[in-house]
Design a protein around this ligand. Sequence first.
Ligand code: ADP
Ligand code: MG
Length: 422
Amino acid sequence: SQAVAQAQRNLEDSDDDLERVVRKTGQSGLVNAYGIPVRPTTAHSAKRSASDRRSLAPSGRPATRGGRGESSFGLAPREKTPPSNLHDKIRVCVRKRPLNSKEKERGDKDIVVATGARSLSVMEPKVKVDLTKYIEESRFVFDEVFSENATNTQVYERTAKPLVEYIFGGGNATCFAYGQTGSGKTYTMLDAHNGLYIQAADDLFAMAARPEHSHLNVHVSFYEIYLTNLYDLLANRAKLNAREDANQNVCIQGLREVLVQSSDDLLSVFEYGNNCRSTGSTGANSDSSRSHAILQISLRDSTSQRGSVIRGKLSFIDLAGNERGADRGDRADKQTMMEGAEINKSLLALKECIRALDLNKKHQPFRQSKLTQVLKDSFLGNSRACMVATISPNTSNSDNTLNTLRYADRVKAMKNSNGPAS
Ligand code: ADP
Ligand code: MG
């Protein structure tokens, strides 16, 4: 039917600008964990290799895009990548989780190497037609790379922490966790006791206690998006509608906002909503990996003459898993197709909106999905965004890992670390 055809098209869309990300790899001289020499290859599959070759510069050096990447063939030492700026408007970070015991038990290998504070390599074992084994190395550079040894506290310091200070200046800031199911999105963003949200709350309440902020109150809301529906996690999953008012402000009607006085308060509100998330009784969305969860902390000025107005907002978003339909188990039915298509559509729109924010574009493609529509005010003018792309380290997830890394690579439109945050 039409819906299914559209779903299919949406799934295919994500390959559209693959051609533009020709991330090349170099002659590293490395021997991998299997003792096999690492072969210089491209980041992409064999079917891409013809176009990859075409994009080689005359010198035989692969083209790099916008100067963000390391230069090729190991000519520039990786350590020369300067540290990223914690106050950049857009930051794209990657976090690798450790191999888990199940993966170890079945002999799955760790093929992701954090090669520096900002760089990582994926080392895929491959076999040539003549059956010789080799490793295909794909290198990437981001604003931050967190290895399997990084703690949530270390991740917090270099992702959400600068945003807490920022919202007290009156801006909006958003932290996204993006990646396949099981890669550590929830662990990073919304772990009850140590997630970025609760660490941010500790700093936020310390800031709010200062005399110059005495007019500000902290409110929290928590909702999820499943397909194109919004559900209030602080109101027993009541279904909500988002409307645009005369001034084009998007407002979620009836969304519950709870006044919180401390991190402990916020933790109990979170736990209440989180419980509601996983035990949703509506039948649909029993699996939280198919929905986006959005926790928003707002600073409200109660002394304003226009009533209580928002003076800054910090959002933590645990995105739906980005894996393709084939990885979603045995439910290859229409519902699964619809879910996949909708998730894909929203993740593509998200990428476009963050890029548009980075480039200060007037036109924002936020109407393309419910997710970006409700986050509209987080993509405007003086907003900041930090994405933590989470990846699994093991061989059997390598396709998803590479998809996640390529997406993250494209979120940041260009090298932008020296520009003023405007
Ligand atoms: P996702 O939300 O992306 O589906 P989770 O956050 O639920 O993934 O993580 C999957 C599992 O891996 C959980 O058991 C979690 O505790 C564990 N995990 C994820 N990231 C890490 C990490 N960096 N260190 C240790 N364990 C992790
Ligand atoms: Mg999760």
